[in-house]
Design a protein around this ligand. Structure first.
Ligand code: PMV
Length: 349
């Protein structure tokens, strides 16, 4: 009788500082991006694998999300796994039962694809190491996991590494490539290793335009070429600034990126915005608070209405008091998710 075994990982979400928006080919980015790896916002994914009686042409899986069979996610996952069937040796020979949950409330308006796809990719590589072709090193395993995560959801490739990761070829970053992310923590001032990132849940509604559609709209966008040049230039500057620990310049670039991302949506051929009135109100209150308190607190935005509030850990008490006082009432049911920079995926045994 075939024996079943289990592999389980938690893997976090990440917040991009230089945004990836626009892609081509097999999920290649139009510009390089850098992100901070988060901690409390993670997916917890287990894969039970068991040899099939006969190898198949396609994958054989069962998928459960938050404890329940989820047909829509299962179809997506099957499509993804079939697309990488030649790159993972056991996908034809083993049946997989995949169960995934998120640490953050379901549809909290937090991008879950980065944590979900990086958790799946970590499990696949750990299982490959166990029953397929062993990796030469842990670094080689992470590299492959980042590559596979990218094919599931571009930004997921950056969640594989602790603290910070860079994805995408860039003239001033040695080793950076469009194929996978590379770890970047060691090049940063230590202040960023413990940075705080609180997420203001302005809205929990499902996005009206998915990121897949958003990326696609960059193709006809008249500003696209300038946007990619802007991202490349800001990246060069941001890396210097993060190395030096210059928080003011860091914040200026990060806020610029958040607004450029949303500007691209508003300037598309089929324009749209994901911003809500309370998103703008929160941004305006945050900027006024910064001006008056001199606390280096800045915002970023994902492809959604929920601001990420970024600041050094030493200001935690002050900023959290400000969030409670002036921001919480702008949030859906007062929902704020406190998070910080984290150490990347962890195997659960
Ligand atoms: O990985 P995707 O296809 O969900 O795209 C993510 C895009 C942004 O979150 C807006 C930016 C980024 O670099 O993470």
């Amino acid at each position: 009788m075939a024996t079943e075994k289990t592999c389980r990982y938690t893997s976090p979400s990440n917040i991009a500082l230089i945004k990836y928006w626009g892609k081509y080919g097999r999920q290649y980015p139009r510009n390089a991006s850098i992100s901070l790896t988060l901690d409390s916002a993670y997916s917890d994914t287990s894969v039970v694998y068991e040899e099939r009686a006969h190898a198949g042409k396609e994958v054989s899986i069962d998928f459960y999300f938050e404890g329940e069979k989820n047909a829509a996610f299962q179809v997506k996952l099957e499509k993804y796994l079939n697309s990488i069937i030649d790159e993972v040796s056991f996908l034809r020979t083993h049946h997989l039962t995949i169960r995934s949950t998120n640490s953050f409330p379901h549809s909290a308006g937090i991008a879950s694809s980065a944590s979900a796809m990086s958790a799946v990719a970590m499990c696949l590589c750990r299982i490959e190491n166990e029953i397929g072709k062993p990796f030469d090193s842990e670094a080689a395993l992470l590299n492959k996991a980042s590559y596979l995560a990218r094919l599931g959801s571009g930004s997921a490739c950056r969640s594989v590494y602790p603290v910070a990761a860079v994805w995408g070829a860039h003239p001033s970053i040695e080793g950076a490539t469009n194929d996978y992310a590379i770890p970047y923590a060691e090049h940063l001032d230590p202040v960023f290793h413990t940075y705080k990132n609180d997420i203001l849940i302005i809205s929990r509604k499902e996005k009206k335009v998915s990121s897949t559609q958003g990326h696609a709209l960059m193709e006809g966008n008249v500003y696209a070429a300038s946007r990619y040049t802007q991202a490349e230039q800001r990246m060069t500057r941001l890396l210097d600034v993060m190395k030096a620990g210059d928080l003011e310049e860091f914040g200026a670039i990060v806020e610029g990126e958040a607004l450029s991302l949303h500007a691209m949506m508003m300037a598309a051929d089929n324009p749209f915005t994901l911003l809500e009135p309370n998103t703008l109100e929160a941004i305006s209150r945050l900027q006024a608070y910064r001006e008056e308190s001199k606390v280096p607190v800045y915002f970023s935005l994902d492809a959604g209405p929920n601001p990420h509030v970024l600041y050094p850990a030493e200001y935690q008490d002050q900023v959290q008091e400000f969030i409670k006082r002036e921001m919480q009432s702008l949030c859906h049911e007062g929902m704020v998710i406190g998070d910080q920079v984290g150490q990347g995926p962890k195997e659960v045994r």
